[in-house]
Design a binder for this molecule. Structure first.
Ligand code: 1PR
Length: 536
């Protein structure tokens, strides 16, 4: 074994570091896991991808007697790369469920983003970094977008300024990376930052090739980019093959005699293509997850495993995330289902039907039981890992007083000249309407711990007439977590429209990408021409 190609990984088992492993392997390196404290001191290069909550991570490091060798390793100026929490833990303390003491190597306190001025927290997405000193591994990266997902951050101060190698602006200027000698740490996720991220890892690993993309001549003021997401609705067709399908208002069968499930391609292959085309994220929805038991649905887990080997942007998976009792009476909790997805390479899971029942219950009782899928998964993996997917249908009304739910005055009247509408939530892939509106659901799930909302609209799905901007404005103004606009994209103009008229953080499309009508690059270029910040 050639020692030069081995990287030591400090994975304390708190979450998904599969993508870090995949990224290291894709660069031709082998991974040696830290098994005991001594392995840290013997490492040639150490990568520490922190996951989960600050306090829990410190507890594990202390219990396993790893905190001390880690501090020694860093103080000896040995090659080190901390990622996300792996940066935060180097500071003196964190306010996350605290104050909690950190490793105390860098002066400063890690605090929460201030959401009081309407800033959406968590900070999720592609934001540009400004390099402040020769950071070595960030060469050529200043002004480029990298992927962040976090609610806490360390702030620059006189006491820590010699450590700072780049900053990023989100509300305030916070520390995006540090460097002193051979010690590096980044708040963002290089393993999820596409080519730019891989080039950062490559440089840390010493293969020192420059970033091959277009050279950035000047650093732009950092601004969170609007994300363009490719969505793959996945199910098994009548022949038993797992296919990417696409519905019209959720009907995925052809209008022919055979009535077959539309087949638009293979999930792993399409996801790989969208990554190369510049998708900022890829979402898989197991659209028959409400029927089948997801853990029996091994093909979907395999899809994630294979996809995450080559796709270095965030992956979300949804469909069937709920408690389940199988035919033998064995009970699986939604947390087990989600954990299996995370282990297979998902960065976020998305909950649909189950979140509707939870929100209904919460509205009825006013009590957070703490036992719902949403609450449990968010508690263990953090709210940035939990998306709630809403499948609303527009219901026209003569008067806003006709229902107890939030209504809006519609731009174009309904079939009987109705001027108002509410958006009724549905479950089981749009098959059943429930007594709760999209507005009420969004507010409730935000309180219960959702980190993001994927906002579909059954009326617009697959129609290509544009997003329902009334609905998206209503929801994106009502919550302070990011909202992903979905359903109805048919042309590049629909993307600029949704970002200009609403506060959506991302726009998702399926049909136009699968049918190759509009490439992702054209969407990005159009947004850029309209002055909308995107990652190129
Ligand atoms: O309820 O937790 O099992 O989750 C089921 C998930 O599957 C939900 O996220 C739900 O939205 C999704 N789903 C269920 N049935 C369908 C269906 O189409 N029959 N797909 C379905 C929903 C909607 C979008 C679509 C956009 C963009 N797909 O994700 O990709 O509307 O399409 P477009 O750009 O072509 O207009 P659970």
């Amino acid at each position: 074994r050639n020692g030069d190609s081995v990287v030591t990984l400090l994975d304390y088992g708190a979450g998904n570091v599969r993508s870090v492993r995949n990224a290291i392997r894709s660069l031709g390196f082998e991974i040696k896991d830290v098994q005991q404290p001594e392995d840290i001191l013997e490492a040639d290069r150490l990568i520490f991808p922190g996951v989960g909550a600050f306090a829990a991570a410190m507890d594990v490091l202390t219990e396993r007697r790893m905190a001390e060798p880690l501090c020694t390793y860093i103080k000896n100026n040995r090659p080190f790369l901390g990622i996300c929490l792996g940066l935060q833990l180097l500071f003196e303390s964190s306010e996350e469920n605290g104050p909690v003491k950190g490793l105390g190597i860098i002066p400063g306190v890690v605090g929460r983003f201030d959401s009081s001025n309407g800033l959406r927290v968590p900070h999720i997405g592609w934001n540009a970094v400004q390099t402040t000193q020769d950071s070595e591994i960030l060469e050529d990266i200043g002004g480029r977008h990298v992927y962040f997902v976090h609610s806490y951050r360390a702030m620059p101060s006189d006491a820590n300024k010699e450590w700072i190698s780049s900053t990023c602006t989100y509300g305030d200027d916070f520390i995006a990376s540090i460097r002193k000698g051979n010690v590096h740490a980044v708040q963002f996720h290089p393993e999820k930052s596409g080519d730019v991220g891989l080039s950062i890892l490559r440089r840390f690993l010493g293969t020192n090739t420059s970033y091959v993309g277009e050279k950035q001549t000047e650093q732009k003021a950092s601004k969170l980019a609007k994300r363009v997401i490719a969505c793959l609705d996945v199910r098994t067709n009548d022949r038993g093959d797992l296919v990417v399908t696409k519905g019209d208002q959720y009907d995925v069968r052809d209008h022919t005699k055979e009535h077959e499930v539309r087949n638009l391609g293979k999930p792993v292959q399409l996801a790989g293509q969208y990554y190369v085309d510049g998708a900022d994220e890829v979402t898989f929805l197991n659209i028959t997850g409400f029927r089948d038991f997801p853990l029996a649905d091994l093909p979907m887990l395999k899809v994630l495993r294979y996809t995450s080997e080559n796709v270095f942007v965030p992956l979300t998976v949804g469909g069937g995330i709920r408690d389940f009792t199988d035919a033998n009476g064995r009970h699986y909790s939604s947390l087990e289902v989600a954990s299996e997805y995370f282990r297979s390479g998902a960065d976020k899971i998305s909950i649909g039907s189950d979140a509707v029942y939870t929100a209904e219950e919460y509205r009825r009782t006013g009590v957070k039981s703490g036992k719902s899928s949403l609450e449990q998964i968010s508690r263990v993996y953090g709210n940035q890992a939990v998306v709630v997917s809403i499948d609303p249908r527009r219901v026209y009304l003569k008067s806003p007083n006709d229902v107890e739910f939030k209504t809006i005055r519609v731009m174009s009247p309904g079939p009987n000249e109705e001027e108002y509408a509410w958006y009724q939530c549905t479950v089981n892939g749009g098959r059943e309407g429930r007594p709760i509106g999209a507005y009420e659901l969004a507010k409730a799930v935000e309180e219960l711990g959702a980190g993001e909302i994927l906002l579909n609209c059954i009326d617009c799905d697959g129609q290509g007439h544009g997003f329902d901007t009334d609905l998206i404005k209503l929801i994106s103004d009502a919550v302070s977590i990011p909202v992903i606009a979905s359903s109805g994209a048919g042309a590049v103009e629909h993307f600029s429209e949704v970002f200009q008229k609403t506060n959506a953080s991302a726009a998702l499309a399926a049909g136009i990408f699968h049918r190759k009508e509009v490439p992702i690059t054209s969407v990005k270029k159009h947004l850029l021409d309209r002055g909308i910040e995107v990652r190129l």
